[in-house]
Design a protein around this ligand. Sequence first.
Ligand code: SF4
Ligand code: SF4
Length: 80
Amino acid sequence: MPLAQTSTTVPVIVNDDLCIADKGCTVCVDVCPLDVLRIVETDEGNKTAFMKYDECWYCMPCEADCPTGAVTVNLPYLLK
Ligand code: SF4
Ligand code: SF4
């Protein structure tokens, strides 16, 4: 199985257009208790957050605390 996840298969999606990691924001990375989010540089040279490891407790602070609303946590059907 490839290590790289496509953005449609992981539980947490970050909208690169809204993410302000470029300006130093690391809120979602800091609040995640599982430490599965990371800041990376995109092909365009901007920084953005993304889900590095496909593990999630669906505890939601990453989505709730993101100052720009860039994070979407896709809750599994059974948890909704
Ligand atoms: S909290 Fe939001 S704006 Fe900040 S790095 Fe994470 S996704 Fe980007
Ligand atoms: S929902 Fe919780 S475990 Fe999942 S990425 Fe966000 S902070 Fe981390």
